[in-house]
Design a protein around this ligand. Sequence first.
Ligand SMILES: [Ca+2]
Ligand SMILES: [Ca+2]
Length: 161
Amino acid sequence: MTKEKRLRFEHTVIDDKTLTTGNSVCLVADVNGNGFVDVIVGSYTSPPEEGYLVWYEYSDWKMHIITDEPFNPHILAVADFNNDGHMDIFVGEMGLGRHLNPRLFIYLGNGDGSFDEQIIDRGNPTHEAKITDIGNTGALDIVGKPFKPKTQVDLWKNMTG
Ligand SMILES: [Ca+2]
Ligand SMILES: [Ca+2]
């Protein structure tokens, strides 16, 4: 019987001083199209909960700011929402009863590390949303729910032609 191989990981810090103290989400995708996965991080400072979305470029982990716009961007996902072969980033804002007009953003990837912002909804806070193709239409939709105080469950159907 072969002995079970012991797992071994080596820890490296890729940013020793992030822009804010509240780093909310970490994702991976190849955002500049060079075949290597990069790291995407959402963060905020509390208060006033101004958020950032940044990506770190493999392999020297140079940081690039995508936006300093979102409020408390807890909800991120990478997916190709417009089926152009470039990964896009979904960002949802929390509401927490004090951000009255929360927005959902999609940062459309251009494949070279740059993004174009589109706001796809206002007024519906969300938290921990998931991306999936509801109804097998070939387009990626968003399902989510607010953290608090709203008590609902949401679906954003992708109607992009
Ligand atoms: Ca890359
Ligand atoms: Ca895309």
